[in-house]
Design a protein around this ligand. Sequence first.
Ligand code: FES
Ligand SMILES: [Fe+2]
Length: 447
Amino acid sequence: MATRADEFIRETPPIDTEAPLPNLGHERIPGERFHSRAWMEKEWTHMWRRVWNMACRESDMPEAGDTFVYELGKESFVFVRGEDGQLRGFYNVCQHRGNQLALGGEGCGHQQAFQCAYHGWRWNLDGTLDHIPDVETYPQFADGVPRDELGMEPVQVDTWGGWVWFKMDPGGPDLYEFLDPVPDHLAVYEIEKWDIVDYKTFEWPCNWKAACDAFNESYHFQALHPQMMQWSNGIADIDLMGIHSRMVNQYSTVDPRYPDQDTPGPELATMMGMLGIDPETYEGKPKDVRLVLQQMKRSVEDKTYLPYKNLRDDQLSDTYHYTIFPNVSWNVTSESINGFRYRPHPTDPNLCYYDLIIMRHCAPDEPKPEYTHRVIPVDQLPRSYLDVLDMDMHPIISKVLEQDGSNLGAVQRGLSSDGFKGMVLCDQELRVRQFHLVLEEYVNGDR
Ligand code: FES
Ligand SMILES: [Fe+2]
């Protein structure tokens, strides 16, 4: 039987670099939305409740009764695989007096049924009410228990890319309409087969949108990540795709603005070493290292389980940075994704949760990787992210994340300043503008 995955197109459309960038205006983006509690509440009602949110991996819940608790802003949700194999999602709340049903915070669990720890009301895995202790002492139920009204409160649930997505408000676009055209673009990567190899959450001292904005442009490479000029091209092609967007970062190359275009800088030389290219004997130009990498991968395309054959040359060397509105960014390479998710704090617009989720396309015969999720509070942020990651991230990459993370407290202070007149954005920051325009449409009730 054909699945939806079979219906996707089997190649990623290239970015049309000849097409002029759309004109989205030049107005300043006010700082208010980054620190105002009123904005935070409007965002919750008009945006978060009405978009599809990425929760957890489908493979985290293989068996009936397997659960996953996911938290977003002020809410906690519980996802569960039913006896019938169906995945369902519910607000994690007891309809008696409001206790949480699945306790213990985020992550995987297993339940025979949902029994509240407070007075023992119990629900089946499909969310239907099963039992109320001493039900005869509720006079209001004398004519029968209103089972529909007292069922667990559901959210819409669907899956794509091996992820479970959910939407709080009923109605609206289905998941695939909402994500369009991202599922088409990424079908060739076969992300549904990938596994999480590490997942850590950092509490950052900024609004979730400040974190999101920081990854939605490459303009800041020169100033904040000057070392990246040696091994990447900060001038990225940009593509706006409805409410979503992407840009391409060429890695294993040199930025055209870097002064030495003839000799690999130390960071590029290190990266070449990681790729198995000897910088001592390499005779080409630094900017062309990515071409060598492309050839290396192309030469093994018949021998690997990785779908190199379906990828263009640029997809073999470069990173396609997709932002799925509102809060998921994936740096997609041919073998792995450095994924980011930005979550609002339950009560404070000056804090957010930055989820660093690293996924890899593991070999079919490889055992499923284990990972341990942990939240690192804002007062315990490490100097080096390598100190908290379980996987072996190269220091070259972790340095970039450390630079991004350590900058955002100051950005948040500035965005909240009475002296700040609003963000002034250039064409290299067009995705930031588009993100804020889409957000405004939601918050104003126009979408
Ligand atoms: S609050 Fe859950 S049974 Fe009372
Ligand atoms: Fe950055």
